[in-house]
Structure formats: C-alpha cells, structure tokens
Design a protein around this ligand. Structure first.
Ligand code: NAP
Length: 377
C-alpha cells in the first residue's frame, strides 16, 4: 500500500501542528501527529510542545483514547523506539491498536531511529511519504537536522541593515536602523534559537542585554555567547552584571590572567579554545556548543563576527531586516571578514521568504542544499 492524496491532506495537518512547537522543543525536533479512527474520522491530534515533554504521538493518542483502535496515525517524524526522557512512542502506538502509521520522514538520530522497523515487526503497516512531503518535513526541522547530523548548531545570522547594507553609521550608531516591527521579529528569532552570539566589538559599542523578552519559549537555559579573544568585556557591561551565569565568553590563550580572574569572579563561564589564529576558533566553539545542547545559534553581529562566520562557510541562514535609508561613507557593512575575490566563490543562498515588516523589508535566505530528507546519516 502506498500513500494517497487523502494521506497528504492529513500529513499537511500534522506538519501544521508540528510547527506550533517552534519555540520550546529545541534541541528536540518539532513533531506533529494526527489520529483517525477505523472509519477515517479525526479523533486526535497533537504536537511536541516542550523539550522533555510529551511526544506528539502520545498527545494525539491520549486525545483519541479508545477511538484510536483500528485507526491510522500520521506523524511528521519516525516514531521513537527508545527510552529517552519519555518511553518509546512505538509502544504506545501498538498498545493503542493503531493498524497503520504514515510517516513523513525517517529519524536520523542513531539513538531514536528504528521505530518504523519496530512497528512493522509488531504487525503495524507503516508507510513512508514521498520525497515532496519528506522535503517539507525536513525543512521544518532543518536546524535540528544540522545539529543531529553535523554535530554543530544551525547558524542563523541576523542583521538590521540600511538599503546600502550597512549595520551602523560611520560613527558607529546603530540604534535604531529598523523600526519596531522588525525589532519584534528579531526578538521572535531569539525565542526560536537556543543561544545568541555577538563579538566583543558589539558589547563595547552597544552594551546589549541579549535576552529573550517575549516569553514565547518556556525552556530555561538561554545562553549568551561573546567572542572575546583577550577578555576585554567590561565588568560593568550588562552581560556581566545581569545573570552572568547565562553568559559564556569564548577566548584564546592570549587572555591575560587578570581578565580571566575578573570575569570568572563575576560568575561568567569562560571557555578557552585553541586557535591557529589570534581569534576564537569558530569550529571548536560550535562543536562545544553542540555538545552543550545548542542546536540553533543566532549570530547577531557585528560586522567582524559575521565576516568570520561567512569566511568559514558557517552561515546556514541569513535574516536581514532592510530599512529604507542610505548610510554611505565608511559605515561598516553587515559582513566584513576576508570576503571572496571571485563570484564563483560567493556564499550562495536561496531566498525563502521576502516580506514587509512595518516600513522595513524582511529577507530570509537559506544556504542551498538543505533539502536532504530520507537520508538516515
Ligand atoms: N545593525 C545590526 O544589526 C548590528 C548588530 C550588531 C552590531 N552592530 C554594530 O556593529 C558594530 C560592531 O561590529 P564590529 O565588527 O566592530 O565588532 P564585532 O563583530 O561585534 O566584534 C568583533 C571582535 O570580536 C572578537 N573576536 C574574537 N574572535 C573572533 C572571530 N573568530 N571572528 C571575529 N571576531 C572575533 C575580536 O576582538 P578580539 O580580537 O579582541 O577578540 C573582534 O574585534 C557596532 O557599531 C554595532 O553597533 C550592528
């Protein structure tokens, strides 16, 4: 048996539900599930809302209760077959006496996968959707997929720029280039990511708070990361004075002992990384953050930091808010670094979303090649 148009319709609904977990599931994936009874009527639906909380399948099965018997489940990711923070979903599916499960994509996580085979062994018919649906399911969870497969966080670079691509005036003023609506969208991005990163240049220029403020993401553990090779971050900066335990400063061996003692004494987490250059090694940093449960990292400037991420080919997504103004002159551009000499070597993206945001534009671009789906690696 293969999947039908009716199946696609129900999977659309499951994908819609999954997206509701955008703020709160990371570093778990977003998952949605729909349960039909034996006659094909909707009897339960649910999504994974919170890291460590109930999986989508369980929420949908609980809603369906005994009406699930003999029915069908649509789920956007292969049900887990392992004991993690919650018992295996495959057990719940079998004990609810679901007869058929339609899955949008396989789980690449070596610990969790195997649910499809497990269900089949127990007599449940399982169908995997075609490539088009699987691509949409993978796109929804691309941040989590990057973290799971590459063991580094998905990197989103966010900037507020003028029409001529500048992030500050020639005197360094950047508050505010964009309007309130764009700033609100910027804060929504923070709610979707696990950590925020800026360079010490931005700390010195703007003294930012780097907090989540909208209350959309109830998961604790939001982290601020500062790139600061020699630990120049002032003790009186907001990231040191307010909730220092949330702040990690990545530095190199060149950081003077006095600065280490000063910041360590203030309660900051210090992370010394080996580097071949004078600056913090981004690959080492990302590996460390990935191991610490950071699946999605928001990089909010400034120009030098954006440039280093671009030079290293480490930008997965760029979100630019463009204000209708020209700053001109030697004002810093959004991305400094070494740059490329040939167009052939440019870091290429695809525009995924382009929209108005109050008086400004909101541009979302994603690196090409993020559509890999049924791969289990
Ligand atoms: N419009 C916007 O969206 C926006 C957002 C943020 C900032 N800004 C503006 O951007 C300006 C600051 O930008 P900036 O370029 O001067 O500073 P930055 O990018 O915030 O910080 C750069 C500094 O970070 C340190 N660093 C450590 N490791 C690094 C690495 N691997 N790559 C790059 N830097 C590393 C370096 O100092 P050490 O060598 O001492 O470590 C470097 O000088 C300010 O005017 C601010 O207002 C605008």
């Amino acid at each position: 048996m293969t999947t039908t148009d009716t199946d696609s319709g129900w999977m659309d609904r499951a994908l819609e539900l999954a997206a509701r977990g955008r703020c709160g599931t990371s570093p778990n994936p977003m998952v949605g599930a729909v349960v039909l009874d034996a006659a094909g009527s909707l009897v339960g639906e649910g999504f994974h809302a919170l890291f460590g909380g109930a999986h989508a399948e369980i929420v949908a099965l609980d809603a369906a209760a005994e009406r699930a018997r003999g029915g069908t489940m649509y789920v956007t990711l292969e049900p887990c077959a392992h004991h993690g923070k919650t018992p295996p979903c495959t057990e719940a599916v079998v004990s609810a006496e679901i007869l058929r499960v339609v899955v949008a994509m396989r789980d690449p996580n070596p610990e969790a996968r195997g649910g499809i085979e497990d269900l089949r062994r127990q007599g449940v018919a399982v169908e995997l959707c075609g490539a088009e649906v699987a691509k949409r399911a993978a796109a929804l969870n691309r941040r989590w997929l990057r973290w799971t497969r590459a063991r580094r966080p998905w990197v989103t670079l966010k900037a507020a720029v003028s029409l001529d691509g500048r992030i500050a005036t020639r005197a360094g003023e950047s508050h505010w280039i964009t309007g309130e609506a764009a700033r609100r969208r910027g804060h929504e991005l923070r709610e979707e990511h696990d950590a925020i990163l800026v360079g010490v240049g931005t700390v010195l220029a703007d003294n930012p708070r780097l907090t989540r403020r909208l209350g959309l993401n109830p998961v604790a553990g939001w982290r601020r990361v500062i790139l600061d090779s020699r630990l120049r971050t002032p003790s009186e900066s907001v990231v040191v004075r307010h909730n220092p335990e949330m702040t990690t400063i990545a530095h190199t061996a060149a950081a003077p002992a006095a600065n280490r003692e000063r910041l360590f004494g203030a309660g900051i987490r210090l992370l010394e990384l080996e580097t071949a250059s004078e600056r913090v090694d981004l690959h080492g940093l990302l590996a460390h953050l990935a191991g610490d449960g950071v699946a999605a990292l928001l990089v909010e400037g400034g120009a030098a930091v954006h440039g280093s991420f671009a030079d290293a080919g480490l930008v997965d997504e760029a979100v630019f808010f463009v204000a209708p103004m020209l700053l001109g002159g030697p004002a810093p551009s959004a991305v400094a670094g070494t740059g490329v000499a040939k167009l052939d070597l440019a870091h290429r993206f695809q525009f995924e979303r382009v929209g108005r945001c109050g008086p400004d534009l909101e541009l979302h671009a994603v690196t090409a090649g993020n559509g890999d789906v049924h791969g289990t690696g």
